[in-house]
Design a protein around this ligand. Structure first.
Ligand SMILES: [Zn+2]
Length: 57
């Protein structure tokens, strides 16, 4: 049985569990669910919000 751990979409860091920690951010882009670890989420919060805005173009 293979365990699929939550993986950060930016740096590739893996969580210790299948479920992303509460500090991680989930972003849905083009129907794909992306995860960002707490560090990347903090560094890229503007980019993530920018992508969400672009959906309404
Ligand atoms: Zn990361």
């Amino acid at each position: 049985m293979r365990m699929v751990r939550a993986t950060c979409g930016l740096c590739g860091q893996q969580a210790e569990t299948e479920e992303a920690p509460l500090t991680w951010v989930t972003s849905v882009e083009n129907g794909r669910k992306l995860l960002y670890c707490d560090r990347c989420a903090r560094e890229n919060v503007r980019n993530i919000e920018g992508k969400l805005d672009s959906v309404y173009w």
